[in-house]
Design a protein. Sequence first.
Length: 271
Amino acid sequence: MQTSALGKVVTFVLGWGIAVLMFFPIFWMVLTSFKTEIAAVSPSLDFHPTLSSYAQVQSRANYFFFAMNSVIISVGATIVALLLSIPAAYVMAFFPTHRTRGTLLWMLSTKMLPPVGALVPIYLLMRDTGLLDTRSGLIAIYTLMNLPIVVWMLFTFFKEVPRDIIEAGRMDGAGRMGELRHVLLPLSLPGVASTGLLSLILCWNEAFWSLNVTSSHAAPLTAFIASFSSPEGLFFGKLSAASTLAVAPILIFGWLSQRQLVRGLTFGAVK
């Protein structure tokens, strides 16, 4: 009993320690955003809170313009990725061939390629097709960037659905589309939702491509943050304020949807 109680205490302390360690950078960023530039340089808790950094950030750049770009691009890329991945994962899960495993591994291996290795050809392709600095161009890139992860997750969730239920639907006369729409998707809805949430978060946080293929018209919030880094140096107050404004929507969204995300990620874990 003592060993069990000690284990619970260690687990409790370790869990809270990891949580505090992960949350501290966010806490310090928000704290710094309420400091003046002079006070922001010093790592001190003794300061007079001010909204001057937020006022300067908004006066310098239209936050809502960048935020709207982030919403449209992230939601658009997530929807397109799901529309492409659901039928692909369905076929791989229920009609596998000897090439299915190799295809899945090849798709996952593309995530190991450093993005900078594909920057030049993708940049030239977007330039020649007129997609540079457009929302459509970023949606296409973000979709392709997340497709391997989305397909893998959906494939895993679909494999957890009992085949007896699928067979019952087929015996009742459900065709391929009916089987997918009316049987498989409702049963695996938590998994599909968590996959969409993860894709949305990855799109929102993506910085490499947004900084290299956009300039003004389609720039999302990651470009908004980068605009406060100048050759004169880093202005920590304004940079922290811009970062707080950029991460606040996705943090709030993640907090509100954490139950659905955890439920989807643990879908099929308990039989």
